[in-house]
Design a protein around this ligand. Sequence first.
Ligand SMILES: *Cc1c(COP(=O)(O)O)cnc(C)c1O
Length: 337
Amino acid sequence: MTSTTPQNAPFGSILTDVMAVATFKDGQWSAPALRAVGPIEIHPAAHVLHYASECFEGFKAYKWADGSVHVFRMARHFERFRNSARSLELPEPAEALLAEMVNTVIDRCRAAVPDAPGALYLRPMLIGTMPNIGAAATPSNEAMLIVLASPVWDYFAGGLKPLRIYVEEQATRCASHLGVVKTGGNYAAALGPTLAARREHKADQVLFAPHGEVQETGAANFLLLRDGHILTRSLDPTFLNGVTRHSVLTMAADMGYRIEERVFSVDEMIEWVATGEAVLSGTAAVLSGVGTLVRHGGTEIKVGGGIIGPNTLKLRSALMAIQQGTAPDRYGWLHKV
Ligand SMILES: *Cc1c(COP(=O)(O)O)cnc(C)c1O
């Protein structure tokens, strides 16, 4: 028998013992309540269970060496959450309500925040709970908002392993107008192609490049790096506007990198990786280096030398230093709780 100690628990598999809950009914939000983490009761006809009215966020709180706890870019995550709610026609929680719930959960779980490079991962989620199975084309006028928290440890405890990425040049990750929305339905849509790529090509993730234009992976943005230069797709509604992506581009510009945000093709990516680097960006792993691209038919392309490149490591540690309080927070990205 193997046992799972927290330090090697898979990301997100452990929750703190409290969550914050608020409900929306008759046009208003209830006061939030702190509850033991456990089953919630919703009607089997709830809108979310039939018509997928759900969105979520994911961000981290870091414990600094002095014991203080700091949340990374909370306001920007709330703004995205509110945009997601609006896109799905769900009641939009006010920023003040979200802040109160997140701050309360962190305060109650302070002792459960792991030391760096671990963090407390915060997961606000919003679901449509109106009980009506005839409401396929009607927004849910009832909702539940929950903030969960999960202690997470070093994502790369097993070492920085270069990723093997399957390049999907036809299928889309999700409906094109919802790419920018952090909603569970998009993950459901990407699961089949991701598992197929794992089975057929031993790929860790799928890079979606519909019509041969590089977009993002199932759960992370995609950037090409080389000395002094970054290329990534310009923002549009088809993919997620990542906070890590924005943070890396902001920092890198100040470090002297030329930032190019535009549409680029699979062919151009392949030219780039002959000498350059490729990374996935997202809250969970910050930046993960790509070692191999696999194309339709199984053709393999090594990225750089198939190892994690110097620009990946440099940008990754620069961002982690801000998050962990070992470099000054010159952009005002952290919020002390
Ligand atoms: C959450 C997410 C990302 C990463 O966003 P961050 O704000 O950097 O964590 C990228 N792509 C998709 C599809 C996502 O759901």
